[in-house]
Structures are given as C-alpha cells and as structure tokens.
Design a protein around this ligand. Structure first.
Ligand SMILES: C[S@@+](CC[C@H](N)C(=O)[O-])C[C@H]1O[C@@H](n2cnc3c(N)ncnc32)[C@H](O)[C@@H]1O
Length: 203
C-alpha cells in the first residue's frame, strides 16, 4: 500500500520516501526524471560514501524499481556523468577503478596523493541498464555552463602523464523498458555479467 502523500491536489500527488519503497508500488509510469547520488561524498541524508560494489547494488535496486513501475515506451531520464574522479578523501578510495596510492600529482595547486581516482560511473550504469533490458535512447546533453569554456574553469588539465578535464555537460540518459520497434530483431547480449561490477542481478 502506498504511504500517505506528502502533498496532493487535482493535478499532482507527491510522496516523500525512499524511492526503493515507492517504485515497486507504482505501475504504468510515463516518465521518471531523476538525478541519483554519484557516490562522491555529498552530504545527502541518505549518505553518499559507499564501496563501489555497494553503490552499484543500490543503483541496481533503484533501476529495477524504475523498470518494473514503467509502462511500455515510458521514459527514464537519468542524469549521470560518464566518469567521475578525484575523491582523494573518499573512505573507499581504494575501490576506485584506477586507484594508485604511489602516484603523486597536483590539483588546484595542492599536491594530491594517489592517481586519478577514475570511476566510469555513467558508463557502468549504461551497461547495467542494458542488462536489465532497458532500451537505450539518445541522451539529452545538459550544458551546465562555465563562462563559455568547454571545460569547467576550476579544473586544470592535469599534467602530461595524467591529463584530465571536467566537462561542463552531463548526460541525461533516456531509457525505455521495452523495445519500441519490435520488427527489428534484438541482438544477443555481448555484455559482461553484472559480476563485473561486483554485484548480482536482482531479477
Ligand atoms: C544528485 S541529488 C539530486 C538533487 C535534485 N536533482 C535537486 O536538484 O534537488 C540526489 C538526491 O537523491 C536523494 N536520495 C538518495 N537516496 C534516495 C532514495 N533511496 N530515495 C529517494 N531519494 C534519494 C538525496 O537525498 C539527494 O537529494
């Protein structure tokens, strides 16, 4: 049973709850716009500092909930960056994909120990969503703006041995729970198992 709405009028009903509890109780949803935590130490009440395996398991539960609540051809508009990096203080920095504790470099004039803690967050979520059976549609590009620069102005280009940039855009991925054009045969899965992300599939 759905909980008591946080707000309700003739046009809208709003619930304030953990999406993992609400989503399985909804059906025939047309559109889910969402911007999930990126596991990068923001001060959300829900927390934002997990081991990557825990994070992907949590996102798998959220994405499965989205999938099961949507109508055919509905759209999940998921806002995620392709790659995130430089979380030297993250408790689980060791679980970042390219972590190297022996590497020294600089960021914004300060020395940072440990090589670019690069996690291809959005790209891994794309793999996960394809394995869940979402149909991946063209993304919307959200241009966040940075005084006309193509690279966020507070990020430098790293150094020769470790170039990096922070773009001023993010994807708003668009996904549908079923293939829209059933006349086109679907290709067999060439995806690595979700084990690759250290998680097991929920359904
Ligand atoms: C990247 S922020 C998005 C912020 C939002 N787009 C806005 O502009 O206010 C992620 C949000 O997801 C919320 N959140 C985290 N876990 C959640 C969950 N299980 N169910 C619902 N919301 C959750 C966090 O509290 C945070 O507000």
């Amino acid at each position: 049973m759905l909980p008591k709405p946080y707000y309700q009028d003739d046009a809208v009903t709003i619930y304030h709850a953990d999406c993992r509890e609400i989503l399985p109780k909804l059906t025939n949803v047309d559109l889910i716009p969402t911007s999930p935590p990126y596991n990068c130490r923001k001060s959300y009440p829900s927390g934002d500092e997990w081991n990557w395996s825990e994070y992907y398991l949590w996102m798998l539960e959220v994405l499965n909930g989205c999938y099961s609540s949507m109508r055919d051809g509905g759209v999940l508009a998921l806002n995620v960056p392709g790659v995130i990096r430089w979380q030297a203080d993250h408790t689980y920095a060791d679980s970042w994909t390219t972590y190297d504790s022996n590497y020294h470099t600089h960021r914004n004039g300060k020395q940072v120990i440990g090589k670019g803690r690069v996690e291809p967050l959005g790209f891994k979520l794309y793999l996960m969503m394809q394995e869940i059976d979402f149909h991946i549609r063209e993304p919307i590009i959200w241009v966040k703006g940075s005084n006309g620069n193509a690279i966020a102005s507070d990020y430098k280009m790293g150094c020769d041995s470790d170039p990096y940039m922070r773009p001023v855009h993010e994807f708003i991925s668009q996904l549908s729970p079923q293939y829209m054009f059933t006349a086109i045969p679907t290709t067999p899965s060439i995806l690595p198992s979700l084990q690759y992300m250290g998680v097991s599939k929920c359904h």
